[in-house]
Design a protein around this ligand. Structure first.
Ligand code: AMP
Ligand code: MG
Length: 355
């Protein structure tokens, strides 16, 4: 484990350090150091065509990375930074191609974590993809980083991440962004008419963003085709990669009856167990909830969406470490309760189910 002084020293001399943010732990490196950036890709085994998010602590630092902001971008930033929102912006030429995977744009975020902001203030902008091996659930505490990179990996410990899943990624239409890469011939404009496009849902919701203009989710069907018409060129390359999945089979818990059929040890992640207790009582006399869940590892979030978000990836990781074969997740899609976290959590769970 590192102190902040050691973390600054390592990063400034081209090292890679795992750092805390409010979303997930990041694998940080100096944005201007090509070797350090390459080390991040190699440690994570991340495909080099999947660009990195640059983390900053001030608008001054943003000015080193991106071209001047539009009014819309500035108002969104003023409202949500520091916070779990990443903006895709036109990049300054000097930003390394390795960071943006050759795109003309750069993804930037100001994290809402005081230790991380303090670090960034001292080091300058850092790249910070999640500090996990590509394909495993993102790390939300230092132990998760150690599982993937070993017990002596350099980590700046900032406690458990308060959000627990990755940032919302957006772009603002006013940029008229091109998805062209230097080595790809296609050069078409954003296929959308909305002011704001969400590439990845996160804790900053569509509804919160809609205060600033029309919002739409990017859908894979919008993928552009290259000149041969076969390979889709996605405006946000990460969309094509699998993510967030544990080895255990993840399933929505649609009905309490599903649990009665399970014979192997499983984890049950519940937003609120009272709904299930009620269901069990309704099937009077057949079984009790207590009896039923005896053979499960029960994670009950006591009706807190925040807690559910914090515990989602941790639950996936516990499943793998303790060799559970199944993870049942309460079907929050049908929950009548609304939360700004709902869409993002459904997105991550569905990815884990299909992953
Ligand atoms: P991660 O750091 O793995 O949580 O994810 C970063 C996400 O942002 C990935 O889905 C990337 O594809 C996406 N991203 C990063 N840079 C850009 C960019 N310049 N344009 C579009 N998407 C980007
Ligand atoms: Mg990641």
């Amino acid at each position: 484990m590192l102190g902040i002084k050691e973390a600054v020293e390592r990063l400034s001399s081209g090292g890679v350090v795992a750092i805390p943010t409010e979303t997930v732990y990041g694998l940080a490196a100096d944005v201007t150091n090509l070797q350090a950036i390459q080390e991040v890709f190699s440690l994570k085994r991340r495909p080099t065509d999947n660009p990195l998010i640059v983390h900053i602590s001030s608008l001054e630092q943003l000015g080193e990375i991106s071209k001047p902001l539009t009014k819309l971008e500035l108002s969104i930033i003023n409202k949500f930074w520091p916070g779990p929102l990443t903006l895709i912006l036109p990049r300054k030429k000097k930003v390394l191609d390795a960071v943006t995977a050759g795109l003309e744009t750069v993804a930037v975020r100001m994290p809402n974590h005081s230790l991380c902001l303090d670090l960034l203030h001292k080091t300058g902008p850092l790249v910070g993809p999640s500090a996990n091996l590509s394909g495993t659930p993102s790390p939300t505490k230092k132990e998760h980083v150690q599982t993937d990179f070993g017990p002596s990996f350099p980590i700046l410990d900032g406690g458990v991440c308060t959000v627990g899943f990755e940032s919302t990624v957006i772009t603002c239409r006013t940029n008229n962004l091109s998805t062209a890469r230097k080595n790809v011939s296609a050069n078409t404009k954003m296929p959308s008419h909305s002011d704001i496009i969400i590439y990845r849902p996160g804790a900053i919701s569509e509804q919160q963003l809609s205060e600033f203009g029309s919002v739409e989710y990017y859908s894979a069907s919008q993928a552009e085709q290259d000149s041969t018409g076969s390979i889709p060129i996605l405006p946000s390359p990460g969309l094509k990669y699998r993510h967030y999945a544990p080895k255990a089979r993840v399933q929505w818990l649609l009905s309490i009856d599903q649990l009665r059929a399970v014979t192997s040890t499983s984890i049950l992640l519940l937003l609120d167990k009272t709904q299930l207790v009620d269901q069990a009582q309704a099937i009077e006399g057949t079984f009790s909830f207590q009896e039923l869940i005896q053979s499960f590892n029960l994670v009950d979030c006591e009706d807190s969406w925040e807690r559910f978000g914090q515990l989602l990836y941790d639950t996936f990781r516990v499943a793998d470490i303790e060799n559970y074969t199944h993870v049942f997740v309460q079907d929050i899609r049908r929950s009548t309760a609304t939360s700004s976290l709902k869409d993002a959590l459904i997105n991550r769970i569905e990815k884990a189910i299909s992953g």
